[in-house]
Design a protein. Structure first.
Length: 216
């Protein structure tokens, strides 16, 4: 695997751009996530690598599960698994329409890169099943003891939310107490996620990586 180096994300542009170019291949992705950087394709530009001025974190001791979702979790008949269908999850995320977005940032090149990252044991998924049907899921990246959530999808009400709660409990059981949610969405904010300055995020990331947790 080629040696890849990114600039210090503390020197990012005001929009959070750290680097331009390269490819969403494992050597780039592994080094980027380790440095607190993630790729975000923008049509018409070479691949952009971001570390935004503010980062969304979901801290497990601040997790808020609304009563309706807690009730659904208690009575759900969905079954949850880890890494049983990573390729299907990322492709379903790519195919899911997003409010106020045209197209998807999960391009075929991104899918290929994260597929390979999964084969290397660095990208992971949680799947929600209704009997034998995949009805929801979430995937993300293990940066080496810290976790970055990437995207979710659902085909049944609450399936992706319940998969996310399953992921939180999986990570909590392995000693992690937060994960990188990258961008704050209304759903994540309702669960207790908040924005922190880039410097705080990078400090937290360094401490988490220093613990050497085995998350999967």
């Amino acid at each position: 695997m080629a040696v890849v180096s990114f600039p210090d994300p503390r020197g990012a542009t005001p929009e959070g751009i750290v680097a331009v170019g390269g490819r969403p291949e494992p050597e780039f992705l592994i080094e980027a996530y380790r440095r607190g950087i993630f790729p975000w394709p923008v049509e018409g530009y070479p691949l952009l690598w971001f570390s935004p001025p503010e980062r969304a974190l979901l801290e497990f001791d601040r997790l808020h599960v609304p009563r309706s979702l807690a009730r659904e979790r208690r009575r759900t008949r969905l079954r949850f698994t880890v890494d049983r269908a990573f390729g299907r999850v990322i492709r379903a995320c790519a195919a899911t329409p997003r409010a106020h977005e045209e197209g998807t940032w999960i391009t075929p090149a991104m899918v290929r890169g994260y597929d390979e990252l999964h084969r290397l044991g660095r990208a992971h998924s949680v799947e929600a099943w209704d009997e034998g049907e995949l009805v929801g899921g979430v995937y993300g990246v293990d940066a080496g003891g810290a976790f970055a959530g990437e995207s979710m999808f659902y085909l049944r009400p609450n399936a992706s939310k319940l998969a996310l709660l399953f992921l939180v409990e999986h990570l909590r059981a392995r000693g992690l107490d937060w994960f990188d949610a990258q961008v704050l969405t209304p759903h994540l904010e309702a669960l207790g996620a908040r924005l922190v300055p880039r410097e705080e995020f990078l400090d937290r990331l360094a401490r988490a990586l220093g613990r050497g947790l085995r998350l999967f």
